[in-house]
Write a protein that binds this ligand. Structure first.
Ligand code: ADP
Length: 264
């Protein structure tokens, strides 16, 4: 009977533990929901005044109320740039929160990947050329079609290509689109590689590249703008599409980021 008693005690203890676990899961879910609400509300509350600051400094900069001294012009530009930076940060944070809470709605459609890569190249080429960088493009002759979310894929390629431009001072940025054929029966996967001849990233830094707010090799990079959320966001988007972003890089030689996305 001692055995039966201890078995009963075991069962009731297990039930107690199970209940505690359920309670803490529910509490976690509630806390997560509260966090999402808080961030969504806060982002909205922050964006409204920021838009006013950016808008009205714009009006002042157009010298509508009257001429500005050089010093006033410089200070106003700093106000405006800081406002824009903060706005970008808030928008990125909001995107990260949305993805993390599974609130990003993917819109699956037949996407022409050639068109996506060509559009990104056309949009960013002026930025590249203004820095003396050549923007090269290699796409298959036949349009590569994939069932996926056009906006998410496009956003990832834009992020990676603007980084490639931002962190290169000479040479080229080369976008290559191809179909990846791992094995015959594997799902169709599209790969877009963005290769640059820029500053490169050390092995150590590559390990933390995709974390939030990771701004690596800061001593080397001159560009102070950027939120450190672009790669984090791109990786989350790629995961949402069932794919991933990987990086190959050598310090001082350049980097290649590859986004691989399977049919969803
Ligand atoms: P941001 O560009 O806004 O700082 P990202 O998440 O896009 O944030 O990138 C994080 C960091 O990774 C950058 O600050 C930079 O140090 C490094 N990085 C990203 N892309 C490249 C690249 N193509 N070449 C060299 N360094 C890069």
């Amino acid at each position: 009977s001692a055995f039966v008693l201890s078995a009963i005690r075991d069962i009731s203890e297990r039930k107690q533990i199970q209940k505690e676990l359920q309670d803490s899961n529910a509490e976690l879910a509630r806390a997560n929901l509260a966090k999402d609400h808080f961030l969504a509300n806060m982002s909205h509350e922050l964006r409204t005044p920021l838009n006013a600051i950016i808008g009205f400094t714009g009006t002042l900069l157009m010298k509508l109320p009257g001429p500005l001294t050089e010093e006033q012009d410089k200070q106003l530009r700093t106000v405006q740039n800081s406002g824009k930076h903060l706005l970008a940060l808030i928008n990125d944070l909001l995107d990260v929160t949305k993805i993390e809470s599974g609130k990003v709605e993917l819109n699956r459609e037949l996407v022409d990947c050639n068109a996506i890569v060509e559009e990104v190249a056309a949009t960013l080429r002026p930025q590249a050329e203004s820095k003396g960088l050549e923007l090269l493009l290699t796409v298959p002759i036949m349009p590569l079609l994939l069932h996926t979310d056009r906006r998410a894929l496009s956003q990832i390629v834009i992020n990676l290509t603007s980084n490639a431009i931002k962190f290169s001072d000479y040479g080229h940025v080369h976008l290559t689109l191809k179909q990846h054929t791992a094995s015959d029966n594997a799902a169709k996967t599209v790969e877009i590689a963005i290769a640059d001849t820029g500053i490169g990233i050390s092995d150590e830094d590559q390990a933390k590249l995709f974390g939030a707010f990771s701004r690596v090799n800061t001593s080397r990079q001159k560009a102070p703008e950027g939120t450190g959320l672009g790669l984090h966001l791109s990786q989350k988007l790629a995961h949402a599409l069932g794919g991933k972003v990987v990086c190959r890089s050598e310090l001082g030689k350049g980097s290649t980021f590859v986004v691989a996305v399977p049919e969803i």
